[in-house]
Write a protein that binds this ligand. Structure first.
Ligand code: FNR
Length: 350
């Protein structure tokens, strides 16, 4: 795909991505949803039901979308969510996404399951990227992974807690793997009468005690990703997390979850104005971003949409998707008579 088609749209990037992805199962992996896909549908439906009442005649001259998050300044509130194994989608993998993000005044949150080294990805970005932590089964192993990200200059950390069980129903090509992780520890033997779930998979999962330990250990901005219940948000706040990500993992983990947008509203009202909230799951347009900001988010993470750009057109495609959604956000703000993100945030306080 070239950069010159007349009307770029996310649908177009999606179609191009599907045509470009070489590994047959990679497309299915990207689009995958848990169970019957009800969570993913609920995410999209929640946005589809939103309506706007335009406010013309407001002087929006000097308007902008700038924001500050955890001491870093961004041109706009659209960051790139952690997505595993990006070399499945384009040969330049995470490096392309990181370079595009920094060129567009954004940042990539690099997955623990990245297919390129943390050092390579950081070198592709002019601004310090963020790092997403998956719990590595023990504090020692998790610490070693974090130390490596710290040494590579990562700025802000995000631990994902909603997917303790990896359900990759897909065999990766041999050259693509989680290059930053140690070889998985052998699962501890369980007794025949014990559950495969409670005493098997979940034995590697973190608990709130581990979250308290992590918060105390890591002297950097730290967010918790995958929060949908207000009590969990309050718990994370009490432990001293710097922010949270309201997310249902794009509907990939638990079928029949609450949509992320409804959870966001409830959690924002529980936290008042006290903690930054990032949001993902279901964002497909600048209008969706507007609704997330108006519902209490300080910024959003794009998920599958930027991978469509990556697969279609490498770093340029990622940059085009970010720019497309930013333009849509600015247009929506202008038509709604909002000059700044603070003007939008006011709506979530009503
Ligand atoms: C993800 N997501 C994810 N999240 C995370 O914390 N670590 C990871 O490694 C991954 N990997 C991953 C792979 C793929 C292929 C997808 C589609 C998603 C979840 C991601 O960060 C984000 O929460 C969702 O993608 C948001 O939903 P939408 O916007 O894709 O609907």
């Amino acid at each position: 795909m070239t950069a010159s088609f007349d009307l770029p749209s996310l649908k177009r990037f999606e179609a191009e991505a599907q045509a470009h992805i070489r590994h047959p199962q990679a497309w299915d992996y990207l689009q995958d949803c848990a169970g019957l896909g009800r969570t993913h549908q609920a995410n999209l439906q929640a946005f589809a039901e939103q309506r706007l009442v335009p406010r013309p005649l407001v002087n929006v001259g000097g308007g902008h979308t700038r924001c500050e998050l955890f001491g870093q300044c961004f041109e706009h509130p659209i960051l790139l969510a952690p997505i595993a194994y990006q070399m499945l989608f384009h040969a330049h993998g995470e490096q392309a996404s990181a370079a595009a993000a920094s060129a567009q005044g954004s940042t990539l949150v690099v997955s623990s399951l990245a297919s390129q080294t943390l050092e390579q990805i950081a070198a592709a970005s002019d601004t310090p990227p963020w790092f997403q932590i998956y719990w590595q089964g023990s504090r020692e192993r998790t610490s070693r992974l974090i130390d490596r990200a710290l040494a590579a200059g990562y700025h802000t950390f995000m631990i994902t807690v909603d997917a303790p069980v990896k359900q990759a129903h897909f065999e990766l090509p041999p050259e693509i793997y989680a290059v930053n992780l140690e070889v998985p520890a052998a699962p501890a033997a369980k007794h025949p009468h014990q559950s495969e779930v409670f005493d098997g998979w979940m034995r590697q999962a973190p608990t709130w005690e581990d979250m308290a330990w992590l918060r105390d250990t890591l002297n950097k901005p730290l967010l918790i990703k995958g929060i949908l219940h207000r009590d969990d948000a309050l718990h994370a706040q009490k432990l001293g997390f710097d922010g949270l990500v309201v997310s249902n993992h794009g509907g990939r983990v638990l079928d029949g979850c609450i949509d992320s947008l409804s959870a966001l509203r409830d959690i924002r009202s529980a936290l008042k104005d006290e903690l930054p909230i990032l949001f993902d799951s279901g964002i497909r347009s600048g209008q969706d971003i507007y609704h997330a900001l108006a519902s209490g988010a300080d910024a959003v993470l794009l998920g599958r949409p930027y991978i469509y750009g990556l697969a279609a057109n490498g770093a340029l495609g990622v940059a085009q998707v970010i720019r497309l959604l930013r333009d849509e956000l600015e247009m929506t703000m202008a038509l709604m008579g909002k000059r700044t993100l603070d003007d939008i945030h006011e709506l979530s306080k009503n």
